[in-house]
Ligand binder design. Sequence first.
Ligand SMILES: [Zn+2]
Length: 284
Amino acid sequence: MFDGNVSPDVSVVGPGDHDDPDVAVMVSVHGDEFAGPRAVYRFLDDDDPALQRPVKFIVANPPAAVSDLRYLDVDMNRVVPGDPDSEDRERRLAAQIVEEIDDCLTLSIHTTHATPEPLAFLHAGFPDALEAAAALPLDYVVEEGQVLEGVFASRGVVSVETGMARSDAATSNARKIVRAFLRYADALDGEPRGADRETRYYELYETATKPSRDDDYRLLAENFRPVEAGETYAEHGDQRLVAEEDFVPVLMSEHGYPDIFGYKGREVGRTLEEAREAWTESAE
Ligand SMILES: [Zn+2]
C-alpha cells in the first residue's frame, strides 16, 4: 500500500444507486489529523446513521494516515488536481480523488494548530459550497482563492478545520459538522444547525510571512481579532512586526508552519447574502 498502487479508500453507504452519489465526505487528506476519520468511523459504526441517500466516504491518504504523517511525498492539499503519472504518491492520490468528487458536493475535514473554533475554507465561484458552508455549525467561513492554489477548495470542496490538532473537541466538532452537512444535503433527516449560531465571512488576501524561519517570534495577534495599522502583531527580542494596514489574522500561529505565521484576511460580511454578493462578483 505504500508503493506503486496507492489509492484512496472509497465507500458508498446508504440506500439508492451506489454508482453515482452526489454527496461526499472526505477525511485524512492530511494523514496526521485524526478528527475526521474518528468522526466518520463513529458516525458509521455507532450512530445508526439512518442515511436517506447514498453518500461517498473517502479516506484520501490511507498510507499517510496509517503512518500518522501529514503526507509521504508532498502536501496533497497543495497539488490539486494532481497527476496520475507523478512519482509523488499524493499527486497520484489527488488525481484519483478529483475524479471521485467530480459530481459531488464534498465536505473535507481537517484540524489546525492555530485556532479551536471551527471554520470553513472555500473558493469564490462555487455557490453550492458557500450555501453548504453557511448551513454548518461554524464560527467563520473564509474564502482562500486569492492566496491558496492547488487546494481541494479550488474544485468546489468545503474544507473545514474542526479545531486544534489532536484535541477531543476537534473530533466532537467534526462529528457535529459531518451530521450537519449530511442533513443539509438531505442525506439525514433534520435541520442542519442551531438557529443561534452566527457565522462571519472573511477572505484571505495575503500570507503573513515570518522574517526568518529560525527566529522564535512571539505572536501577539489573535485569530479573527482585527489588527490595526501601526499595531505590533509579533515580536522577537527587540524586533517588532508592525502592521502596515488593518487586517484580520486567520490561522496564524507561532509554530504551525515553518516560514509563515498564517494569513491576513478581511471581513466581507455577516450574512450569507453579503458573502454571496462579494464572492459571486469576484469570481467573474
Ligand atoms: Zn489538514
